[in-house]
Design a protein around this ligand. Structure first.
Ligand code: NAP
Length: 267
């Protein structure tokens, strides 16, 4: 089973990697993995950045946030940005980066605890607990109340009824970074209530896959690493214990039971 991993070199026949070196790569769901050392693992510095962060804010999820915000949303100070799954690995980085760019940041997350974290610890301006508004009209009203100047940029992680409400608040020439549609990961197609809004509001909607932009990773991860090392980018993790707990942790992720980056501690 493929999966991003961080770990420690326990045996080496490669001069560039010594026993004890910390590495990040795609070791998969297993206790030990072999690597050629030719691009499949990267040595990381844990002096100022915890090893696990290389799977989160300073890894693939952080880079996903960075790419979607910087390259698709093209943030401008004073504009309003919205992000759902806001307390998660990707969403939490999106909102904090957007705050650093001077934007008005609105998060959407499931539950009062997640929203309190997003607002009080991560510094978002607003957070809506979508679970408190099961009726689409009520959720839309709550979103409208915290976006009086509309939404210029949206970072989509969820899809479905949340995206329908956001589309109604998008300003003309708004940008949407279509990163994920987790509400449809069980295989059921996700309908869109009013696609005509894309035309009426002249929106730019762009899907992306972060691994197709490897040329930008050094730039993005360099920026994110600096922010984490200096405490300007905060993150949270949910850590499942042991390989046997990995399947349940994955199911829980799809129900929002994780709080921050979901990790599995193998050894
Ligand atoms: N395009 C790319 O290259 C790329 C790369 C990495 C990740 N992604 C996508 O980015 C998104 C976020 O990933 P992540 O790793 O940061 O995960 P995460 O946000 O840490 O965890 C997933 C969160 O999604 C929310 N969620 C799950 N099912 C939902 C549903 N049915 N309706 C509404 N919300 C739901 C839950 O948060 P709440 O409790 O707040 O609802 C859950 O905690 C995912 O869609 C993922 O597939 C895309």
């Amino acid at each position: 089973m493929i999966g991003g991993t961080v770990g420690e070199v326990v045996e080496s026949r490669n001069d560039k990697y010594a026993v004890g070196d910390k590495v990040v790569g795609f070791g998969g769901w297993q206790l030990y993995s072999t690597a050629t050392g030719k691009g499949d693992v990267t040595k990381v510095d844990t002096t100022h950045i915890p090893l696990s962060a290389y799977l989160g804010s300073v890894g693939m999820p952080g880079m996903t946030a960075w790419y979607g915000l910087m390259k698709i949303c093209e943030p401008k100070a004073g504009e309003t940005v919205c992000v759902d799954a806001a307390s998660g690995a990707v969403g939490s980085v999106v909102g904090q980066l957007a705050k650093l760019k001077g934007m008005h940041v609105v998060g959407i997350a499931g539950g009062p605890d997640k929203c309190a974290y997003v607002r009080d610890e991560l510094g978002f301006d607003e957070c809506i607990d979508y679970k408190a508004f099961p009726e689409p009209a009520d959720f839309y009203a709550a979103l409208k109340a915290v976006t009086p100047r509309g939404i210029d940029c949206h970072f989509e992680n969820v899809g479905g009824s949340i995206m329908d409400a956001v589309l109604l608040r998008m300003n003309a020439f708004g940008r949407i970074a279509l990163c994920g549609m987790i509400s449809g990961y069980n295989g059921v197609p996700i309908p869109m209530a009013a696609p005509q809004l894309i035309l009426q509001s002249r929106l730019k909607i762009q899907g992306f896959i972060v691994s197709e932009h490897m040329n930008l990773w050094p730039e993005g991860l360099g920026e994110l690493g600096g922010l984490v090392a200096t405490g300007k980018l905060k993150f949270r993790e949910s850590i499942a214990d042991g390989l046997a707990s990995a399947p349940q942790a994955f199911f829980d992720l799809l129900k929002g039971k994780n709080f921050g980056k979901q990790l599995v501690k193998l050894v």
